[in-house]
Design a protein around this ligand. Structure first.
Ligand code: ZN
Length: 211
């Protein structure tokens, strides 16, 4: 087999391989339109995510999976102090993934903030699994992050991934945030941590054989 020479394909793109993983953050009903803690336009990430999922061998979905009395819940939430209305209570409709999200059989699902007195914005903080080890055991080197919300759980997942030594990209058109101010701060903080924004249309994969 010969390797393809330059064929005029877009040089700004990223060729994906078996050492890449995608981490889809919190595409759950409570964070989408009509949910307890809805992120505006959050549902618009779903078709973009579905379109790039097949490019990855390693697929991780995170989800908030709270007990009913989770420490972040407040009757009078201020949001600014990171108290929220009750959301994503495990085994409730609000905690389910969006109905149109494709969740492949081989995907890893990471439940976050499952203990009453612990907040976990990032899958890397999850009590139930060592996500960094899971990824390393599969030979993953680069992480591509998508989902919601840009300024909270995507932010922390990307930062923690970089802190664990992975090369991290955030898929810009596959994330949505809560507020323009905190989203702008997030992009600055992530850039300083070496995290790179990328568009879904720039992700490519050579056709795979034998799969
Ligand atoms: Zn939560």
């Amino acid at each position: 087999m010969t390797h393809a020479a330059t064929d005029g394909s877009d040089t700004t793109g990223i060729q994906l391989n078996e050492h890449d993983a995608i981490v889809i953050v919190d595409i759950q009903n409570d964070f989408l339109e009509g949910g307890a803690l809805a992120v505006q336009e959050g549902h618009l990430t779903v078709p973009v995510i579905n379109s790039i999922l097949p490019l990855f061998d390693n697929v991780v979905f995170t989800r908030d999976w709270h007990p009913p009395d989770h420490i972040s819940f407040a009757a009078q939430p201020t949001y600014e102090d990171r108290s929220w209305p009750a959301h994503a209570v495990r085994n409730t409709p609000g905690a389910q993934f969006h109905k149109d999200l494709h969740v492949p059989e081989h995907a890893l699902i990471v439940n976050k903030a499952t203990l009453r007195d612990r907040e976990e914005y990032s899958g890397f903080q999850a009590s139930e699994i060592d996500l960094a080890k899971w990824l390393r055991d599969r030979g993953v080197l680069r992480l591509f992050i998508a989902g919601i919300a840009t300024d909270y759980c995507v932010h922390h997942t990307a930062l923690d991934g970089a802190g664990e030594g992975f090369q991290v990209f955030v898929v810009e058109d596959a994330v949505r945030g809560i507020s323009a101010d905190t989203v702008a701060q997030t992009w600055q903080i992530l850039a300083a941590a070496g995290v790179t924004p990328v568009l879904s249309s720039h992700l490519h994969r050579e056709p795979r054989t034998g799969r």
